[in-house]
Design a binder for this molecule. Structure first.
Ligand SMILES: [Ca+2]
Ligand SMILES: [Ca+2]
Length: 122
């Protein structure tokens, strides 16, 4: 998934620029995916302006903006690894400090019980 990589070789280079030029002048057809990737300035059209953006990208003046088409899973997997990481460190903590954890748990439970006793008086 690389915008600008119209021949799907993992690179945005002069070959992609040449192919896009050939498409614009009608020498070669592009499929629907290639049309999305060739629209490097994201204005919904594949034309000479995209060639300008290609050239600026190749010169390193301006990088082609990567827009994620469809659902982006990186956020989900990041959140998931964060939760799993925290769970693992919690389990580690319990395994390393069982007495401390038990004491903490008893303290929390005891606190809850006395709180409910206090509340139930009313
Ligand atoms: Ca390419
Ligand atoms: Ca365009």
């Amino acid at each position: 998934m690389l915008c600008g990589d119209v021949n799907f070789d993992g690179l945005i280079d002069v070959v992609d620029t040449v192919l896009t030029k050939q498409y614009i002048v009608g020498l070669i057809p592009f499929d629907s995916v290639q049309l999305v990737y060739a629209d490097v300035n994201h204005d919904g059209l594949v034309n000479a302006l995209d060639i300008v953006t290609f050239k600026r990208h190749l010169l390193g003046v301006e990088l082609i903006e990567q827009i994620h088409h469809g659902f982006d899973w990186s956020g989900v997997s990041g959140a998931l690894s964060f939760v799993i990481g925290n769970l693992i460190s919690l389990i580690h903590f319990i395994m390393l400090n069982p007495v401390l954890f038990l004491g903490l748990a008893m303290w929390v439970i005891g606190g809850c019980i006395s709180f409910f006793r206090y509340v139930s008086k009313f």
